[in-house]
Design a protein around this ligand. Sequence first.
Ligand SMILES: [Mn+2]
Length: 294
Amino acid sequence: MWSGGRGMYKNITNFIGCDAEYEEARIVLFGAPFDSTTSFRPGTRFAGQAVRNDSYGLEIYSPYQDAELPENLVYDCGDLELAIGSPEAVLGQIGECACEILKDGKMPFMIGGEHLVTLGSVRAAAEKYPDMHIIHFDAHTDLRTDYLGVELSHACVIRRCWDILGDGRIHQFGIRSGEKQEFDWAKSGHTDFHPFRLEGLKEMLAELGSTPVYFTVDLDVLDPSVFPGTGTPEPGGVDFLTLMNAATEVCRRGNLIGCDVNELCPPCDPTGASTAVACKIIREMLIALGRRFA
Ligand SMILES: [Mn+2]
């Protein structure tokens, strides 16, 4: 906000262009800075602040979509203040936030954090939309029943979502790492399983029609040569444009009811390139969502 001729502006720390008032906004962006169950390299708790800061290196115009991020579309409420030592308490806090956003008829857009944060939003979304499906982009299955005896772990998050939704309602893409039992379990029809690539997405979206969809993007679906700044990098992933095109394809659909982008770990990539990748994916997703509301 211009202060009136003194050359001073109010300090703003929202994601670029996301300065709508709450009442008018259609999407609410919030950070879930939690990484306590991360099994390898921690640091995703810093992602929300990093993408807000580095988003100022971006334009609000996307030449790919020939569209700008609309004014009055996104309210950025910053990072939640989470009880970081307790996964269950954190999931409760995220759930409460997502629940309130959904109750107000808006769409929650969460920036992780490690992938476990998705469960908080999914619990809230499934309460409002019991027939919803999940579209899941990731390098990892995340289907373990437990990780070293712990059920609330980023390695188990999609299995916990399956506990809520059941068979055939989770659509997994890009998966290239996990235990043999997880792969066998997925392929036997418990999930709609598309390993290695993002192919089959268009057909699947057409089949889903108007069914409500929650979309979770683990950025490690990208190849580590594109996106090294993540806790558990997994070679053999997709390139940037493939992810961007697929993510905007999902976001253009009218049936998306919530989404998240997770697993950016800024300290794992001191060049900042991974944070730039995350910023641009988020911008493209928001612009695609904006076209839907236009
Ligand atoms: Mn992953």
